[in-house]
Design a protein. Structure first.
Length: 112
């Protein structure tokens, strides 16, 4: 499973609708992430920043991530967004083993 953080900025229309209706956007986001085969790990609001929300999710891969966020983007809910791939300490431990194996085979330019 892949971890991603989506930082998003609500469009003015979306923010107006959220304030007027009082809808639970965390529940709506959870439903969308689960429909893409993932799990919502965190949903946070931010103020005083370029973005207004930070969503952390675990999904099977890139296709599920893209498919999971596309409806919010295409509907105009978000006026700006940024994707940040995340990794865990276990990923670093696994990468360390891979790096040692690759280092034994890799030759920098100009070295024989």
């Amino acid at each position: 499973m892949a971890l991603f953080m989506l930082m998003g900025k609500y469009s003015p229309d979306a923010l107006r609708n959220i304030i007027e209706s009082g809808t639970d956007r965390e529940a709506a986001t959870r439903k969308a992430v689960e429909a893409a085969g993932g799990k919502l790990l965190g949903f946070y609001g931010m103020f005083g920043q370029e973005y207004s929300i930070a969503i952390i999710m675990e999904v099977p891969g890139n296709a599920e991530y893209i498919g999971g966020i596309a409806p919010a983007i295409l509907s105009g809910t978000l006026s700006a967004w940024k994707t940040i791939p995340l990794y865990t300490a276990k990923d670093v431990m696994k990468a360390s083993k891979i790096a040692k194996k690759v280092a034994a085979a890799y030759k920098p330019p100009g070295r024989k």
